[in-house]
Design a protein around this ligand. Structure first.
Ligand code: SF4
Length: 253
């Protein structure tokens, strides 16, 4: 079993672990831990997650425009925490470079890159044009399936969703059940200003495309520049009814 480290040469197209069995987190008292953490800081929530699931928890990051905050906090608690990153095959070079820059800067030692299954790509998207015909199927093939595979060995995961991002996220707790896994949302209570203040206070590098009018960055074919006054996610799947990729990582992806 191998997986690519962020500081290593580019990974082979499909060098990730095959689907693993999901350690069962059903029965874990999610509500009790969430209640206990109600007044906790994001760092304390991350630490609680790592303590509750030693060796069985990973973070998921898109290395997007807000990702540096969660990643910096994780690095403060444990730099060896697995950080799962999905390379869809349609990402901007700048995002891949930012992954490596941030990982090195924060000293993260376990950034793992996952790619779509090449056999599935060959069968379902041989011309790499599925994004135009059926973006939901494309996200399923290039994001949802690889994430399920990446999370296979873990009983819990940490992501960067915030309540301010959408009305559908307004009530997300710090800890919740997510199928057979437990999901931690340590940044849930933070607003956009909090994130900017945190990045400034810690001198964190910003995604290189942000200053060129890209407040939310995903795959190349589905990301466009946002005009002043537009919603930050207006450049995602522009012209289509689609607004989410289906994995709900929430850290700028
Ligand atoms: S964001 Fe676009 S290119 Fe990326 S996986 Fe989804 S549909 Fe495909």
């Amino acid at each position: 079993m191998t997986a690519s480290h962020s500081a290593s040469p580019p990974p082979a197209p499909f060098d990730q672990p095959s689907p693993g069995t999901s350690p069962d987190a059903v029965g874990f008292d999610v509500a009790a831990l969430d209640a206990k953490l109600r007044a906790a800081s994001p760092l304390e929530i991350i630490a609680a997650g790592l303590a509750a699931f030693p060796g069985r928890i990973a973070a998921v990051s898109s290395f997007g425009t807000e990702s540096a905050v969660l990643l910096h906090m994780i690095s403060e608690v444990d730099k060896a925490t697995p950080v799962l990153f999905l390379d869809t095959g349609h990402l901007f070079e700048e995002t891949l470079a930012y992954r490596d820059t941030l990982a090195e800067r924060l000293g993260l030692t376990n950034v793992l890159t996952f790619s779509p299954d090449p056999a599935a790509l060959a069968a379902r998207d041989p011309e790499k044009g599925l994004w135009a015909d059926d973006p939901d199927a494309c996200c399923g093939l290039r994001k949802v399936e690889p994430l399920a595979r990446a999370l296979g060995p873990y009983a819990a995961w940490i992501n960067g969703r915030k309540r301010y991002q959408a009305s559908t996220r307004a009530d997300i707790p710090f800890v919740e059940q997510d199928g057979a896994r437990v999901k931690f949302n340590p940044l849930a209570a933070l607003g956009r200003d909090d994130l900017i203040a945190y990045m400034d206070a810690h001198g964190l590098p910003r995604h290189p495309m942000e200053k060129f009018g890209f407040p939310s960055i995903g795959c190349m074919p589905c990301t466009s520049r946002v005009k002043p006054g537009e919603d930050p996610r207006a450049g995602r799947w522009r012209g289509k009814s689609k607004t989410e990729c289906g994995i709900h990582v929430g850290d700028g992806n």
